[in-house]
Design a protein. Sequence first.
Length: 367
Amino acid sequence: MNAFAGRMEGRQGVTGSYLEIRDLVKSYDGYQQAVRGISLAIAKGEFVSFLGPSGSGKTTTLMMVAGFEQPTAGRIVLGGREIAPVPPHKRNIGMVFQNYALFPHMTAAENVGFPLRMRKRPAAEITRRSREALAMVGLADFAGRQPRELSGGQQQRVALARALVFEPDVLLLDEPLGALDKNLREHMQVEIKRIHRELGITTIYVTHDQTEAMTMSDRIAVFSQGVVEQFAAPLDVYLRPATRFVGGFVGDSNFFEASGRTGMLEVAGLGTLSLPQAPVSASGRYDVLVRPEAIGLWRGSGDRAGHCVVPFTVTALVNYGDSVLLIGSSGDLSLRARIPFMLATDIREGTALSLSWRHADMHCIPA
Ligand SMILES: Nc1ncnc2c1ncn2[C@@H]1O[C@H](COP(=O)(O)OP(=O)(O)O)[C@@H](O)[C@H]1O
Ligand SMILES: [Mg+2]
């Protein structure tokens, strides 16, 4: 661990909420709301992703935390202190923007030292800490290069070092890897997680990439149209989505409409099923989710206890190498089933077969 990581280490391991966003609202034009009442409590040292489609309010929320946008209503509390009235440079929050935003005529070291110059630190300290921060992101040997002499990935590391150099309480990353190709993106994901582990810094990571959010985060806040639909651990979001939007946005899905009240649900296309896992629905209506990988081929005949069994005609196959996605229909139902490649070698477009899945794998979302 280098000196930089050593100084930051004491910040790790505190539990309870550290960064709290309460009933946050933002309207840019006084008419439409880009953020419509978001509340989140983030623990110290936590790595949280904001995941959602373009225009769902992720950047707007981040900019309010950073202080570059003023909330229309609501509160932001950091370490017990209300920060809405505090200007950005006094919040001790580091931010990396999607487009790097490096100063083109400064070297990497000068870019990284910039926040310290703004804070009027002595020259010797600026030199030393800039060097440490560049070493932290693996760019010790590139201090003298200008941005145009660096690759996209290296430029983004410089931006990261610049956000970390003043030892911020919170690190905000707005789609930092969006412009990088796939291999570099995966490499940088690992690097960012390493830095997070070493520094223990509370981090918010904005992305529209569900895989990135799933693999990197302690918790994911799923954004849609200015609200957070679910804030939970990655596997909870995947296995127990709170809303139909979350179930459809994260991962591949089959949805069935259903109604009923006592765990006996009438499921469109499937008949009456006993689904005791269904929570109470005030409307009596449900969206029932079954993941394609929970559906398998069924070579038996007749009913299968605790399972749905349906006839199925394949209309398209998508080969992923290790698995095959079967797309097709069962009567009026469209279905997607993902099965191991080895089981699909004799399946073609037009093949008629039977599919089966467990009632227990039907996740019921009140509609
Ligand atoms: N500076 C701005 N002025 C006016 N509207 C904006 C501004 N920034 C964002 N918006 C609007 O606010 C909504 C949320 O945008 P944004 O927070 O950028 O979403 P995301 O980061 O999730 O893509 C969008 O409808 C967008 O058009
Ligand atoms: Mg954005």
